[in-house]
Design a protein around this ligand. Sequence first.
Ligand code: ADP
Length: 412
Amino acid sequence: MNDKPNKLITDDGLRLDGRRADEIRPMKIEIGVLSRADGSCYLEWGRNKILVGVFGPREAHPRRLQRADAAVIRYRYNMASFSVEDRARPGPSRRSIEISKVSREAFEPVIMAELYPKTAIDIFVEILQADAGTRTAAINASSIALADAGIPMKGLVTSCAFGKVDGQIVLDLNKEEDNYGEADFPVAMTQDGEITLLQMDGHLTPEEIKKGFELVKKGCKEILEIQQTVLRKKFETPVEEPEAEPEAKIVDTESEAAETEPSLEYAPEAAAVEETIEEAEELEAEPSEEVTETVPEAEELEEIVKEAEVEVVDGEAIEEAIEAETEEEAIEAETEEEAIEAETEEEAIEAETEEEAIEAETEEEAIEAETEEEAIEAETEEEAIEAEDESKGPWKVVKDPSESGSRGENDE
Ligand code: ADP
């Protein structure tokens, strides 16, 4: 441990680290540094280095710790053994338990725990490097980590300490000032100025406390601005500005043109140009012969244009008529086609009828023919029978031996 310096504040009012009495140490904040935490923050404040992880709201374990009406807020301040010059004894100490308690109470007024009954919101603080004011630094970092976790809060909590060094009230004590100073007074407040933490180590008069509070308010305001800047940077959605309307541009151009009008140095030339323009305008205004001659031409032109318009109208009418005719023709054609189809069908029917008739006739003829054939056959059969009978006749005679002696002649 270093020996006490002769003076903590020089004659010109500067402190050992070059700050004035009302200045805070430089602060650097990183948000969302732990991927497994719901919200996290890494904060450097002077030579303090602090890491905070927020978990929750999540189911509170053990269950006996659960609150039916609100979330349980748990705050664990832990100092790494390597965070101080002499090795810090690992695990909870009276000091770390005390800091955890007062820091939790600093957040209870702002965290809307009633929205999450039976749950727990855990805030884990790891002091990686300590250089006085670690509880205030941890509160500032926790505020950011809670916001990063999306825990509903009435506002951010900021914290800063003031103290008495060499008989002077100073803001945000560093390690030497804390060690060899007369008093240390950490404060935490909401952004509305409500005090949520107030501790005092040492002896201070009411006037000194009053003066110290003025410094703390200033310090907390500066810290709040840093916190808000960090949060805005992470969560604010960039709003695309609408493109400037062309009219506005024209106006601008006009105004620019008006601004960049030729100076009086060019006045003679400008006057000459203006005169020429005026003369031209006068000539146009005078009713000259040429102009009067052009009037009938213009009328003629108008008439031509009107005729053309009429023609155009006629043309449209013709087109419509053509369309109508085409439609009629199409209808006629369709009717003709239908008629042809109908005729073809009729013819087909007729043809079928004729065919059927022919077939019928053929059948009839065939029947007749068959009948005739049958008749012929019948006749032929009859004739054949008759022929048979005729041929059989002599044999019958032969059968009767008494009637024919030929048999007897053959037997002989
Ligand atoms: P805070 O850090 O909030 O100011 P304290 O006033 O209790 O809290 O501590 C002041 C400083 O003393 C700490 O920031 C730290 O640098 C140092 N310190 C605290 N505890 C120990 C310890 N166990 N061993 C060595 N140094 C310590």
